[in-house]
Design a protein. Structure first.
Length: 379
């Protein structure tokens, strides 16, 4: 990060303001996670179901109470916008893009999954980590900047998504109505800053009959590693690690029984190359591409990645060397953004699981990181 941009005294003011807002932030998160925003059947003015629409309404109402301009993009997404004194770039904006929809609660919860249960400095509920807690941390991070009256060159938006868990239809719609940010991040992955995401393809293998399906399952899937070696698509590179095959699902199609799976693949692969190899390995099957998102990669020393590395290191004191991820986020479809937080090193297997949790102190640390990040990106 450029030395002349750093302002240690101002950073301390921003962090202190976030600390002052901490209790208000935590209470807002508890209120939000009590809304069951699992996607359900579309209804009037609720393209992803009534629960998701309720969460979007609640987020925009909160942003309005905090003094932001709010926009509901036809109930597909919504955002809070802030133009600080001194805003001169009236075209581009900096954005933090998260989501309010959640995966189904499932079973195995010690407390009701939408209770906002708090104990020993931890909040438990579906969506507290993925992704309501982090996107509200971004909202309060921007609120801290607004309360301090800091001059910013660009508008800043906190964007609330509604279909991240089920297909990105919300973001596809948003991009037909709004321009993408000039820079930004999605708080829906891990730290340190993620400069590259693998590609993600969903493939369906259709076989002639159930006997062929048994062979496919036994020889190529059940008794195989998840690196795709038996299927002939194993690949590894230094930057991304090994290709992974996962999320198996059996289907019945008009052409015969089938198995569907996802492939998380390094940037050194191409989806066409993977499909061709699968067809060579399974010449008597039909190999069909269901969906694909190409890999996303930024230079480690670009302004966006370098700024987020700096703010992470500044707040935590930990090594912020940029990393890659096997996951998939809004960065697959939204230009100019990278994944950034909220999980710290060593925190795995929390989202999508029973008793999903987030440490209250981690929530506040996230808000501090995001406040410095939005400030520096909007300069």
């Amino acid at each position: 990060m450029m030395e002349q941009q750093k302002n240690v005294q101002l950073e301390q003011q921003i962090v202190h303001k976030v600390e002052e807002l901490g209790a208000q932030l935590l209470d807002s998160i508890v209120d939000m996670v009590q809304i069951d925003s699992t996607e359900t059947q579309a209804a009037q003015d609720a393209p992803f179901g009534v629960g998701v629409r309720d969460a979007l309404d609640a987020a925009l109402a909160l942003a309005d109470r905090l003094g932001f301009e709010t926009v509901d993009v036809d109930h597909y997404m919504g955002y809070a916008a802030y133009r600080a004194p001194g805003t001169v770039d009236l075209q581009g904006y900096v954005g933090a893009i998260g989501h309010l929809d959640v995966v189904p609660a499932g079973t195995g919860w010690r407390q009701p999954p939408f209770s906002g249960f708090r104990q020993d400095g931890v909040i438990y509920s579906r969506g507290v980590l993925d992704n309501k807690g982090p996107i509200l941390s971004c909202l309060y991070a921007l609120y801290a900047l607004k309360e301090l009256g800091l001059p910013l060159r660009r508008e800043v938006r906190i964007v609330f998504g509604c279909d991240e868990e089920s297909g990105f239809e919300d973001l596809k719609y948003y991009l037909t109505k709004e321009q993408p940010p000039v820079m930004g991040f999605t708080p829906d992955c891990k730290y340190p800053v993620v400069y590259a995401e693998r590609g993600r393809a969903v493939v369906e293998i259709i076989v002639p009959d159930h006997q062929a399906l048994f062979v496919l399952m036994n020889e190529y899937i059940l008794n195989a590693n998840n690196n795709g070696e038996r299927l002939g698509i194993a690949f590894r590179d230094e930057e991304f690690g090994s290709l992974e095959v996962r999320n198996y699902r059996m289907n019945q199609t008009d052409q015969g029984p089938a198995i569907q799976f996802s492939i998380s693949y390094p940037a050194g692969c191409t989806v066409n190359g993977l499909l061709e190899q699968l067809r060579q390995t399974l010449p008597n099957s039909i190999v069909r591409l269901v969906s694909n998102f190409d890999p996303v990669r930024f230079e480690k020393d670009c302004r966006l990645v370098d700024t987020l590395r700096y703010t992470y290191e500044r707040v935590t004191g930990q090594d912020g060397t940029p990393v890659t991820t096997t996951g998939g986020t809004y960065a697959k479809l939204m230009p100019n953004i990278v994944p950034f937080g909220p999980s710290f090193p060593g925190q795995k297997g929390i989202g999508h699981q029973p008793n999903e949790w987030m440490n209250e102190q981690d929530i506040l640390t996230n808000a501090k990181i995001y406040a410095l990040s939005l400030y520096y990106l909007a300069l």
